[in-house]
Design a binder for this molecule. Structure first.
Ligand code: FES
Length: 119
């Protein structure tokens, strides 16, 4: 079973094992309480599930034109950027970094978990 390592912008890691070919990264993140934004509910209509795939990128399905268009709306898009909701996990292990953009959307969706501001 492939192992997915999620890394949030603070560097915190969460490792999970999943069945290959079943779920996309957003669904896996939600199932394991990983903070990944999902403003459109996973239908490729935003860029809030923007992640950096640090390892295993080639094992993911090819990017669709629609995903490319949506990623164009993202911040700090890199060659290894993907939308989590569009990446069904294959057989390879993955290392997936949650972008600051995605975490921010998650906090907007879950304001009760927003860190308290000092001062
Ligand atoms: S959650 Fe909107 S594009 Fe993935």
């Amino acid at each position: 079973m492939p192992k997915i390592t999620f890394i949030d912008p603070s560097g915190a890691r969460c490792e999970v094992e999943v069945k290959p070919g079943e779920d996309d990264l957003l669904a896996i993140a939600e199932e394991h309480d990983v903070r990944m934004g999902s403003a459109c509910g996973g239908v490729c209509a935003c860029s809030s599930c923007h992640v950096y795939v640090r390892e295993g990128l080639a094992s993911l399905p090819e990017m669709s034109e629609m995903e490319e268009d949506r990623l164009d709306m993202g911040f700090d898009v890199r060659p290894y950027s993907r939308l989590g909701c569009q990446c069904v996990v294959g057989k390879a292990d993955l290392v997936v970094e949650i972008t600051q953009e995605s975490l921010q959307v998650w906090f907007n969706e879950h304001p009760q978990h927003r860190p308290a501001r000092g001062g």
